[in-house]
Design a protein around this ligand. Sequence first.
Ligand code: NAD
Ligand code: ISD
Length: 405
Amino acid sequence: MGLKYQCYFVSHNNGIEHEVAPYERPALSKGFLLPEDPLRLPEFHTCVGANEERLTPKWYKEHGIELILSTRVMSVDVRRNTLLTAAGETISYKFLIIATGARALKLEEFGVSGSDAENVCHLRDLADATRLVDLMQASTGGNAVVIGGGYIGMEVAASLVINKINVTMVFPEPHCMARLFTPKIASFYEDFYKLKGVNFVKGTVLSSFAINPEGKVTGVNLKDGSYLPADLVVVGIGIRPNTSLFEGQLTLEKGGIKVNSQLQTSNSSVYAVGDVASFPLKVFGEIRRLEHVDAARKSARHAVAAIMEPDITPEFDYLPFFYSRAFSFSWQFYGENLGEAVYFGDFSGTSFGAYWVHNGHLVGSFLEGGSKEEYEALAKVTRLRPTINDLSELERQGLSFVVTM
Ligand code: NAD
Ligand code: ISD
């Protein structure tokens, strides 16, 4: 086939990240952190999560794809269709797919220094996760502070508890997963985490690290004046797309590289996929950038189809999908959390959910503890955006509304 596959990683350090073939990041904040039977490469190379072929180095070779690892792209010239690598090699392309993803935000960007201390972790790549495992093993019975109440915060807090570490979570919002959850959904998870011993400190942020003469963080000072002792700190305060190679060359929007409904950027030879791409979300009629593995997989697949078969590839028509797993929980969300939330199921049990109704249409749905069939029905019906005239009838029908539709 003679296809040249340029594999470009942006990472925070010079760890093992650069030496391995692409992998599924969701594993890093879940199975990778478990104390027993942890997930390790090659078990989670790219696509394993989608029940497809595992893309090991052997797979790339067998498919005629040159996988260039340990190589940083220093600059790109989209007018000349070339990349320049740190090794001084110029690579020409007919088509370029940008999949540079995003980097973890650091507290330094909020004026707090010290996040490069040896016991402060971010979690974005394999090197970060490997370091976190080592630190967890050295901190059994000790105290961890988790900064941030989003995906990383919630998934890592659960793993820390499972690793027998005392956890305090600190975040500025009134409840966890503020981008997605309503207070009612959040309180279900927070109550469970509290039963597991997790302490929540909400409505404040860190003001400084307390650092000992050896350069180790011993605690964190919060803006509300309180102090939390820490043997380990995990920072999960969001990400920023890696766009710098393309700034001034391609159109940007919503912090990402703007693409059309074929994932094509403002330069027709260049496509962008995954966390870095801001794409037209047809269902909502606006440009969005989504940070989730499902959007990454599907946008990548679509970009390739658009390159290979431009005449028959339809517009990318994506329904936002997010999921998470922690402790024994597993939830899925489809669509958007706009309008009024209508709850169903047993919030004191193991399965419950919510619909979001906006301007008389069901636009979003959430389910904890569903079966494969229930999640499929949820996705199918949410995509249809059915008219909802009576919220109390929707509440009464609950999950059967989507299952029987
Ligand atoms: P996030 O956006 O999910 O959550 C960020 C959290 O940090 C929020 O609670 C926010 O209020 C808080 N925060 C922001 N500034 C803060 C500050 N100065 N002090 C304290 N808290 C602060 O981001 P994340 O949890 O860091 O996750 C990073 C990325 O990884 C995201 O793109 C996320 O979607 C992805 N991820 C997804 C999954 C999943 O889909 N299951 C799992 C892990 C990571
Ligand atoms: O599901 C996930 C997950 O765990 C991530 O880290 O999606 C994100 C990535 O940002 C998607 O590439």
